[in-house]
Design a protein around this ligand. Structure first.
Ligand SMILES: Cc1ncc(COP(=O)(O)O)c(N)n1
Length: 553
């Protein structure tokens, strides 16, 4: 957590007795996101995962009293509204906010989630409140976050009946909604069925539209991709953010799940939290879409109906979900995502880029190859330790096979060095750099102290990372006018080796090994945290290895 005290955020919404949506979802999301949550309750609902059994509105004067109590005492850095109940409640909220802050520009970041109907079909907002919300609340808002039916409802206030079916419709709707006076609009795509083809079409027609995550197609995880066609037809959720002319699409794979109760509440609560921490609207939305996505992915069963997402996934160490068709390698995915920044700094290192352009200074490459030659000895020995810890012939065989692969890799290094006049004697006599010793010693240390699972995690970052680099460069090289130069590149052989079938089948084996491990003996929270920490550390050591080679000059 930050060293700064958590910012205070406020939700003005309805209570969900079932704990999945409304005030309860908001307070959980605020807490999980490191904020101090305060609340003003517009209505009590008797609600569970199966539906809303009753609604009891807060007396309007008391609603106002709650808001005044909070604002008079606590410095609120971000706010959100959810279920507002009716016109009177909505008006009181807007007017109290205006009166308290005096000037619209002084209102802290406000996210208005125009909640109208619950997932279970219960009306949560009286018809007469819609125009008050548009006229009095939207002009105070940093962002409004309608889903498809809510956007259609809001736009119907302009007379014409609007249907939102396509990504183009969502983008057009965002422009019309912005005219209501908020600074930004997020049209949520949960109710619109889209695929990658839709995203490609928009990005071809409107190159100015930003796609987040930029690397959605590869997710920086080429190694996990089986089939490009599967990806193209994969069902997506796309949320469209508009700030003035600027449009950003937030893309994530659609998860077939009934645990989506409270997703809208949670998304807007996290955006408000991130805004309270000083993030931009784009960054706040990015963080919130990821948080919500993972919340659905890791949801646990609650009740008999539409359960809530998991609000605690970033508080409790995340355990590994079972493999599914859309996520066949859940552990690998979590490991990479949990160390995303370091992983990216490793696999997209300047060393790799210069090597792929063919501009890497020879000295750097040779220094790297020599050090890698020395490192691989540790690596092979660590696999030797793994053999010693194995209890089945099949795991002994897998580890032994890897040792043989490493020895073949070393032979490649020798050939490389021979080409540049460096003999095996010189290779062996090369003094080890501190980065090599650090990494090698760490592998052996993990092997000596821990169970075999920890050692397997430590060994995986190297195996998978080089596999990722190989596939990434191969993909980049295949693009027209690519920055990767294969023709005449002195390092071509290196690229071919790591993108080649032989190395890639070793990577596949590595992925299967860690996935099987997680599936056969699901880690408890502590063990899982250890795995993530080991993976992160090795990813960092890998990056350090390339830093060492580049910083030579
Ligand atoms: C108090 C309250 N606020 C908001 C929602 C909408 O959430 P969902 O669309 O997931 O039912 C709800 N059901 N209850």
């Amino acid at each position: 957590m930050d060293s700064k005290p958590p910012p205070a955020v406020l939700t003005i919404a309805g209570s969900d007795s079932g704990g999945g949506a409304g005030i309860q979802a908001d307070l959980k999301a605020f807490t999980a996101f490191g904020c101090y949550g305060t609340s003003v309750i517009t209505a009590l609902t008797a609600q569970n995962t199966q539906g809303v059994q009753g609604v009891h509105p807060t007396p309007p004067e008391f609603l106002e009293q709650q808001l005044t109590s909070v604002l008079d005492d606590i410095e609120i850095r971000g706010m959100k509204t959810g279920m507002l109940y009716d016109a009177e409640h909505t008006r009181r909220i807007a007017r109290t906010l205006r009166a308290h802050y005096g000037d619209v520009s002084k209102v802290p970041p406000l996210v208005v989630d125009p909640v109208a109907v619950s997932t279970s079909g219960h009306v949560l907002l009286h018809e007469d409140a819609v125009s008050v919300m548009i006229e009095e609340l939207f002009p105070l808002a940093t962002l409004i976050t309608p889903n498809k039916p809510e956007a259609e409802l809001l736009l119907s206030r302009k007379g014409a009946s609007v249907k939102i079916e396509t990504l183009e419709d969502m983008i057009a709707a965002s422009e019309k909604l912005l005219a209501f006076g908020s600074k930004a609009v997020l049209v949520k795509g949960g109710h619109v069925s889209l695929t990658m083809a839709d995203v490609h079409r928009i990005s071809a027609a409107h190159p100015e539209v930003t796609i987040v995550p930029e690397s959605f197609l590869d997710e920086n995880m080429e190694i996990l991709q089986v089939n490009q066609e599967d990806l193209a037809s994969r069902q997506l959720v796309v949320d469209v953010l508009r700030e003035g002319e600027k449009v950003t699409l937030f893309v994530s794979p659609r998860i077939e799940s009934s645990s989506t109760h409270g997703t809208g509440c949670t998304l807007s609560a996290v955006i408000a939290s991130a805004l309270a921490k000083g993030e931009s609207v784009v960054e706040a939305t990015r963080q919130a879409t990821i948080y919500t996505h993972v919340g659905i992915e890791t949801a646990f069963p609650v009740g008999r109906g539409h359960g809530p997402l998991n609000h605690m996934h970033n508080l409790l160490p995340r355990l590994v979900p079972p493999p599914t068709a859309s996520n066949p390698h859940p552990l690998t995915r979590i490991l990479i995502q949990s160390s995303r920044e370091t992983w990216k700094a490793y696999v997209e290192h300047d060393f790799v880029k210069q090597l792929a352009r063919g501009t890497l200074p020879r000295e750097c490459f040779l220094h790297f190859v020599k050090q890698d030659y020395l490192y691989l000895k540790y690596y092979a020995r660590a696999y030797g330790l793994l053999v010693a810890k194995s209890s089945t012939y099949s795991s002994i065989q897998t580890a032994t096979q890897t040792i043989v692969n490493v020895i073949n890799e070393v032979a490649t290094h020798k050939t490389f060095c021979a080409q540049w006049g460096i003999s095996e004697e010189e290779l062996t006599a090369t003094p080890e750099s501190p980065s090599t010793t650090a990494y090698g010693a760490y592998l052996l240390d993990i092997g000596l102290q821990g169970d075999s699972a920890k050692l397997i995690m430590a060994l995986a970052a190297c195996l998978l990372g080089y596999g990722e680099v190989g596939l990434w460069l191969k993909k980049e090289a295949s693009k027209p006018d690519s920055w990767v130069k294969l023709d005449g590149n002195v390092y071509l052989r290196w690229i071919e080796d790591y993108s080649g079938e032989h190395y890639q089948s070793a990577v596949k084996l590595g992925i299967e090994t860690i996935e099987t491990l997680a599936a056969a003996d699901p880690p408890n929270a502590l063990r899982f945290q250890e795995w993530c920490a080991i993976w992160e550390k090795c990813t960092r050591l890998e990056k350090g290895f390339w830093d060492m080679a580049l910083n030579l000059l």
